[in-house]
Design a binder for this molecule. Structure first.
Ligand code: 8DG
Ligand code: MG
Length: 142
């Protein structure tokens, strides 16, 4: 089978009160796992713009102060996909605003979790880029 070129994905940590959002994926690869909001870097976009856009599209939250955290590398062998994930952190403009399920065909639910809570999930419940972040950047935490 021919392999497509690797692509760039953004994983967006939206920080609030020591927690961040995760969503239950459905309808595409990684269905049935928890993932951060995020998606493909589009042509001409900065990492900050992509994180802000994907967060707004998926959660309805307006965000700011995006900063780079780290990168990781994920090969989805079963789906013949390869992503470099750029991990970004930002905050909500309105700290009382709640996340909405803007794309119900792609996301079942949003949930705020701490880093320690995320690390306690079973591996089968987490989207591959998160597992690769844990494995490839053992000292990473947020
Ligand atoms: P888009 O085409 O609208 O940009 O993407 P999407 O509809 O939001 O698709 P997605 O599956 O949420 O994101 C596209 C890819 O981005 C995903 O298949 C793999 C990659 N990706 C990472 N890390 C992360 C992450 O932490 N969260 C999300 N949602 N996607 C990620 O490499
Ligand atoms: Mg997405």
């Amino acid at each position: 089978m021919a392999h497509p070129n690797p692509r760039v994905g953004i994983g967006a940590f939206i920080l609030r009160d020591g927690k961040f959002l995760i969503g239950w994926r459905k309808g595409s690869h990684g269905a049935g796992t928890w993932a951060l909001p995020g998606g493909h870097l589009e042509f001409g976009e900065s990492f900050e713009e992509c994180a802000e856009r994907e967060t707004l599209e998926e959660t309805g939250l307006k965000t700011q102060d995006w900063r780079f955290l780290d990168c990781s590398n994920s090969v989805f062998h079963d789906d013949n996909k390869h992503y470099a994930t750029v991990w970004m952190a930002g905050v909500c403009c309105d700290e009382k605003a709640e996340a909405e399920i803007m794309e119900p065909e792609k996301c079942e639910a949003w949930k705020w979790v701490s880093w320690d809570e995320l690390r306690a999930y079973e591996e089968e419940q987490l989207f591959l880029p998160l597992l690769d972040l844990f494995g490839q950047r053992p000292h990473f935490r947020i």
